[in-house]
Design a protein around this ligand. Structure first.
Ligand code: AHM
Ligand code: MG
Length: 348
């Protein structure tokens, strides 16, 4: 009997489909501290829920699941049906896996204690961000943060487990339901991006080791709120215009963030007259993206402080957010500090 070695590279006949998310997570498992396989499983649970939500969002126009649900969330915002569906999908996936002890979600008023004695992880999630864009077929996303609980496994959940600063995240990621569906995540060793191949039902590694350009020529902000912006933002945006930068704002944070991450740019949601703490939520939106951008070499700030160092005091706490290419965030911070010092001088 003749035994010939298997030839893996036969690319002339059949191109390689690449590395699946599952395989990649397994390969990288040793990279993060406390590797035990549970965090890997948790990431896989999230990916599964993302596939289901992807399916629901793709057929939203056909199945009467677009539009308002008829209730408001804790923040007083009108929930869309898909907000509610995505929340259920992620809650189920996270509660069934056994790795998670508690979940906090933008769509839930309170902490969800899963009463899971062996769960080591706490997940903060915005199940469907940018949901006002659902009805008009524009990109939306899911954002998640994963923390290790602080109190011993098996003991009751306390606020110490939940109210952790972003610098305590062990993993974070987002799913972009866009022209293609992507999952991007970090476990603190760089950022990897995967594209969903619907016919195979798998995410494949498409963007290994994503690096944010140090600077760029895109700025993303809701210019309709210009007259309400905190001091310093108008000056920064004016400077962007002088430099003939491109203004790009989708109104879906994940999509705006993702574009700027790949191409170089800055996203700003500053403090406004109506929302003095900004609009975006520290736990569900800002922390995860701040972890990712820093891992990619970029920066995230509230105008003064590093987002990841803000100690949360309230579950649904909001924060101004300036995030993206490092030098652009530096410039925006400088502009804010300059405006603040001028106000200080005038008021003396
Ligand atoms: P949501 O979590 O209720 O969807 O709100 C967050 C969204 C972000 O995706 C987006 O960047 C921002 O709100 C847009 O707000 P605005 O319409 O005020 O510009
Ligand atoms: Mg949101």
């Amino acid at each position: 009997m003749k035994i010939s070695p298997y030839q893996a590279d036969q690319s002339a006949l059949a191109y390689s489909v690449g590395i699946t998310l599952d395989r990649y997570i397994k390969l990288k498992q040793g990279d993060f501290p406390f590797a035990s396989g549970e965090l890997s499983q948790l990431l896989r649970d999230i990916a599964l829920a993302a596939k289901i939500v992807n399916r629901e969002t793709n057929r939203a126009g056909l199945s009467n699941i677009a539009g308002a649900f008829g209730q408001t969330n804790i923040q007083g915002e009108e929930q869309q049906k898909l907000d509610v569906i995505a929340n259920i999908r992620f809650m189920r996936a996270l509660s069934k896996g056994g790795e998670v002890c508690a979940i906090v979600s933008e769509e839930e008023d309170e902490v969800i204690d899963l009463q899971n004695k062996s769960g080591k992880y706490v997940v903060a999630i915005d199940p469907l961000d940018g949901s006002s864009n659902i009805d008009v077929n524009i990109s939306i996303g899911t954002i998640f943060s994963i923390y290790r609980r602080k109190t011993p496994v098996g003991s009751p959940i306390t606020s110490e487990d939940i109210m952790q600063a972003g610098n305590q995240q062990v993993a974070a990621g987002y799913v972009l339901y866009g022209s293609s569906t992507m999952l991007v995540y970090t476990t603190g060793c760089g950022v990897s991006g995967f594209t969903y191949e619907a016919s195979l039902g798998e995410f494949f590694l498409s963007h290994p080791d994503i690096k944010a350009p140090e600077t760029g020529n895109i700025y993303s902000i809701n210019e309709g709120l210009e007259l309400e912006w905190q001091p310093g933002i108008q000056e920064f945006v004016r400077e962007c215009k002088v430099k003939k930068y491109q203004s790009r704002y989708i109104g879906s944070l994940v999509a705006d963030f993702h574009r700027n991450l790949l191409k170089g740019g800055v996203y700003l949601y500053p403090s406004t007259v109506q929302n003095p703490s900004g609009k975006l939520r520290l736990l569900y939106e800002a922390n995860a993206l701040a972890f990712i951008i820093e891992q990619a070499g970029g920066k995230a700030s509230d105008g003064t402080l590093r987002i990841l160092d803000i100690q949360p005091e309230d579950l649904h706490q909001r924060t101004p957010l300036i995030i993206g290419s490092k030098l652009m965030v530096d410039e925006a911070e400088k502009s804010i500090q300059q405006a603040l010092s001028e106000i200080h001088i005038i008021s003396r």
